[in-house]
Design a protein around this ligand. Sequence first.
Ligand SMILES: *[C@@H]1O[C@H](CO)[C@@H](O)[C@H](O)[C@H]1NC(C)=O
Ligand SMILES: *[C@@H]1O[C@H](CO)[C@@H](O)[C@H](O)[C@H]1NC(C)=O
Ligand SMILES: *[C@@H]1O[C@H](CO)[C@@H](O)[C@H](O)[C@H]1NC(C)=O
Ligand SMILES: *[C@@H]1O[C@H](CO)[C@@H](O)[C@H](O)[C@H]1NC(C)=O
Ligand SMILES: *[C@@H]1O[C@H](CO)[C@@H](O)[C@H](O)[C@H]1NC(C)=O
Ligand SMILES: *[C@@H]1O[C@H](CO)[C@@H](O)[C@H](O)[C@H]1NC(C)=O
Ligand SMILES: *[C@@H]1O[C@H](CO)[C@@H](O)[C@H](O)[C@H]1NC(C)=O
Length: 546
Amino acid sequence: MDLKNLHFVFVFFAAIGCCAGQQPSLVNGIMGGTVTLRILNPPSPFPSILNAIWATSHGGQRVSVASSITGIVKFDPTYDSRAALNITTGSLQINKLTPKDSGTYDVTLIFTDGSMLTEQTVLKVYEPVAAVSVTANVTSAVEFNDTVSLTCSAQGSDLYFQWFNGSSQITPNDRVSLTNGNGTLTISSVRRYDQGPLICTVRNVFMSQSANITLDVSFGPENILVTATPQIKLQTTGSNVTLNCSAQSRPAASFSWAVNGTALKDVGPVYKLDNVAADKSGNYTCWAYNSKTQRYTASQTVQLTILEKISNTKIVGPSTPLIAGNSSANLTCQTKSGSLNTMEWLKDGKPLVPSSSVTVSADKMSLFISSVQRTDQGEYQCKVTNPVSTDTASYRMTVTYGPDKAHVEGVGAVEVGASVHLDCVVESAPGCNFSWTFNGTTKDVTSPKYVITSTAYSDTGIYACQARNVVTGMTAKSLPHMLAVKEKGTLPEPLSGGSIAGIIIGVLVAIILITIIAKCLMKRRNSHLDMCAGSSKTIERIESPY
Ligand SMILES: *[C@@H]1O[C@H](CO)[C@@H](O)[C@H](O)[C@H]1NC(C)=O
Ligand SMILES: *[C@@H]1O[C@H](CO)[C@@H](O)[C@H](O)[C@H]1NC(C)=O
Ligand SMILES: *[C@@H]1O[C@H](CO)[C@@H](O)[C@H](O)[C@H]1NC(C)=O
Ligand SMILES: *[C@@H]1O[C@H](CO)[C@@H](O)[C@H](O)[C@H]1NC(C)=O
Ligand SMILES: *[C@@H]1O[C@H](CO)[C@@H](O)[C@H](O)[C@H]1NC(C)=O
Ligand SMILES: *[C@@H]1O[C@H](CO)[C@@H](O)[C@H](O)[C@H]1NC(C)=O
Ligand SMILES: *[C@@H]1O[C@H](CO)[C@@H](O)[C@H](O)[C@H]1NC(C)=O
């Protein structure tokens, strides 16, 4: 009841001379229910009631609801059998309320002591909240695309509406508006979390009732994810690889695949690659499709690399013997299969260091030695590596050289009958064929050792050896070696006085030599002096097996 009505009531009663200055009381009732309209300001003590009248107006027509005049109680037909008048307290009870019962009720009491009381009560009869229902104008919405309008309908009087998404109340924002007395909820650019359940709660003073609806909001596909099993994107030929695709989507997405941008026939979330060949390498993409949102979304690309293991690696080298200082050598590393290979050359287990004469081709496939030296001899390896394997091939390089600097080693004098061993010393690879001459005559000796088991005087003379390397085709001749066969007792015994002196001199000479060599080495640190070059030379001594 607003102020305007109150004012009207006030004016009305002021006009009929009652209730001046009094506020009417407000009483709420519910349809079908019961209310009791009481005397609010009873006099105290309360005298006996002589006459009592409750009246209201229906459609401008004044109705005497109930009256008790000198003990005779009467009811208006519209209230008969559902109203009761208490003549002790003056209160009026109305049962089975109808909306029509709403209105202003005046009571006038006349007491036996002659005094009088008038009061006014405003009754409002509410209809209960009933038949609450929610309808949406879109049954299947697409996220971001659709605007959904929800209407909450209900029966009852003085209704007000509230909307909830789950337990949180919905308030208007840039996407959500409430219209039609909050009975209509409009959600534009609907989102997946708008699906609800969306609850409409309808209230009036007496009660509340709710109804809800769940929206079908389609979304996605999003977050397309491809996982490879095994996880390693690098695989050896023959392995089994499974790609698995997932996506966030409602309804569930359907999947298809592409490799290097070309669609594959295979569909479904799982793409199996069994016993893969190297040509299955590529960039794999999964496509997800949602038939409701009609959106296609691609996954990140998965780069799969399938490599063959390297096998049958070998080094092809020169087939003719290499002669130091005169041959060149070309070693080529060959491998049967594998890709993404890297090559490395090793010599005697260590990485090969190229030099002016040792070069590795740009593709590292071949190694070229322009002028083979003795030091180039050794074990060459070519190590081929790709991300899934390593294979190594070896090649033994033999360098032939010499013979150089043949000379005869042995005693210069011997007592008759003693044995003599003469050695032909030469630097050569491979070993040489030897021949010996005595006084210019070729002897029947072909070993590097010339042995006379028991010397005769006639063995005195000049010995010389000649060495021939059959591979290099070169020969070397020693300088003549003089052997004198002497009478017994003419040569000093081993460890005689003379030999002791010899040992002492030998030791002194050795000390002097060591001192010179030490000085020499120190000088060599500063300048390279040729006088010491000989000390670093290796001498290969060719000897017979005994
Ligand atoms: C649903 O109602 C909203 C708001 O009135 C309107 O924009 C939208 O087009 C309606 N959707 C359909 C499918 O009628
Ligand atoms: C509609 O709801 C808002 C809050 O969301 C409230 O402030 C407003 O009074 C309500 N209007 C009616 C007519 O109930
Ligand atoms: C796959 O993708 C990588 C990097 O994106 C690219 O370098 C490569 O060339 C692609 N491979 C193919 C076969 O397209
Ligand atoms: C959603 O909206 C976009 C852009 O307006 C449109 O291209 C697309 O076709 C719509 N999708 C559906 C399923 O209506
Ligand atoms: C090198 O080989 C050539 C031709 O085979 C030959 O004439 C020459 O004598 C050789 N030189 C040496 C040092 O072996
Ligand atoms: C070594 O041999 C390979 C294979 O035969 C060849 O390609 C390369 O040119 C050769 N290198 C030289 C320096 O001759
Ligand atoms: C060998 O030559 C030496 C010196 O030239 C000579 O003394 C000796 O008699 C010769 N021996 C023989 C067997 O000819």
